[in-house]
Write a protein that binds this ligand. Structure first.
Ligand SMILES: Nc1ncnc2c1ncn2[C@@H]1O[C@H](COP(=O)(O)OP(=O)(O)OP(=O)(O)O)[C@@H](O)[C@H]1O
Length: 303
């Protein structure tokens, strides 16, 4: 959607082995500045591993990885200051107050301020952006789970990152907090500068936020594209329901628009109660994961 063209993430043939277990077999994908990518995949697929390698927190077994033009295995402090990381949860500093902690962490980013990107993010504005203004003077250990998660997000943003990694950012959010968080990511994406890579198990969230969806299954990226394009790649069909002469009909078709046109052409005014249910991202996701895992099993058996 909002891209300026510069390649921010470049991953090719990434492999990761823990002991004797290969988790990533050859992961390849890229991202351009301003894109929002959602990395989906079943539990244990290797999403966190992939993100940790890109963050420079984990050494890879093989493959090429460039993040903001740098190999994360050799990232400098200056490089790290351009990244934002939201981990599973910030457990330390329970006695600190929210505002104090953000102001304190912000000081680490001040030396990396540039004319183009003023660092850190002003504490008051950041609290407002993540919806924590009214809790700014509370001690961290007194925050609810959802408020703590907002703080995690604020910590990831305090250095005004060019690339933001969000690992399951809305786990534990209530619907309102989730809605507000989605607005925040969309605002970040709208500025055309921040690239976002998030992992989630919430397919509606991925559909809503991401320009591109990546599905990791069987150790590989088995799908990479906008949600609508992925739906077209699978056999998942749309469901069309209608009523004619008092009888209910239902059919599955991959081309619902053409089908409905034909239906009206044939029966016109006789048709009522028309409903079209598009193949959902969930249908597509389940189908692609099944195919990806089956291919990995076959490859293993063939070895
Ligand atoms: N430090 C480690 N040592 C050994 N195995 C590990 C280690 N970290 C992760 N694994 C294994 O690697 C696989 C991928 O784990 P990872 O956490 O990357 O998956 P994930 O896709 O993020 O899963 P989830 O959706 O459950 O968070 C899992 O089978 C996990 O048990």
């Amino acid at each position: 959607m909002a891209t300026s063209g510069e390649i921010v993430l470049d991953v090719e043939g990434l492999r990761m082995r823990y002991g004797t277990t290969d988790v990533l077999h050859g992961v390849t994908f890229g991202a351009r500045q301003g894109e929002v990518l959602a990395l989906l995949g079943p539990n244990g697929a290797g999403k966190t591993t992939t993100i940790e390698i890109m963050e420079g927190f984990r050494a890879r077994s093989a493959g090429r990885v460039r993040v903001l033009g740098t190999d994360p295995a050799h990232g400098t402090e200056q490089w790290r200051a351009r990244l934002g990381v939201v981990l599973q949860s910030w457990r330390d500093h329970g006695r600190w107050r929210v505002r104090e902690l953000l102001a304190h962490l912000g000081t680490y980013y001040a030396p990396y301020s540039t004319d183009a990107i003023r660092r850190p993010w002003d504490t008051g504005e950041l609290l407002e952006a993540v919806g924590l203004s009214e809790h700014a003077d509370r001690k961290i250990r007194t925050l609810s789970g959802g408020q703590r998660r907002r703080l995690d997000v604020a910590i990831g943003l305090v250095g005004r990152p060019e690339l933001l990694f969000l690992d399951e950012p809305t786990a534990g959010f209530d619907p309102e907090a989730r809605h507000e968080f989605h607005g925040l990511v969309q605002r970040l994406a709208d500025d055309r500068e921040t690239t976002v890579l998030l992992t989630t198990h919430d397919l509606d969230e991925a559909d809503k936020l991401a320009d591109r969806i990546l599905i990791l299954a069987g150790g590989r990226i088995v799908a990479d594209g906008p949600a609508d394009d992925l739906a077209r790649r699978t056999t998942a069909a749309d469901e069309v329901r209608w009523t004619r002469d008092g009888r209910n009909f239902v059919t599955s078709t991959p081309g619902s628009t053409a089908f409905v046109r034909g239906l009206f052409h044939a029966y016109g005014e006789e048709i009522s109660g028309l409903e079209v249910r598009r193949a959902s991202l969930e249908d597509t996701y389940l189908e692609l994961v099944r195919q990806g895992e089956a291919a990995a099993r076959e490859a293993k058996a063939a070895q």
